[in-house]
Design a protein around this ligand. Sequence first.
Ligand code: NI
Length: 135
Amino acid sequence: MSKIVRVGVTFPPDLLKDFDEITGKMGYESRSKAVQDAVRLYVSERKWLQEEGANQTGVILMVYNHDTRNLESDLTESQHHHQELISSTMHIHLGEHDCLEVIAVKGKGSEIRHLSDDLATRRGVKILKSMIVSV
Ligand code: NI
């Protein structure tokens, strides 16, 4: 393994206080380990935006209003169209009108982004978040 490098970083006090509180509650005993994990997460979350050809995996989380005309059939059609990307989906009824759909994906970054954008821009889709990491 590569050796450890020591760096000095400055923080606004409030940010560091929040970070220490949260990581302390999580059970981190070392601030270095907590910062390393936070940076690793940040890098893995953003790497996919730059490595469109690389293999990536993750979930697309989507909240939508199922009353919106044609939305459910359009969403199903889009998912059939991208079936090679989609490993699994989970549907949760949130109330009278809203549904949560969790779509597990794996494939090329550019194709995952294409699916994500296709779903996000449809009328009736209220929230779409993707958590994609490079693998
Ligand atoms: Ni539903």
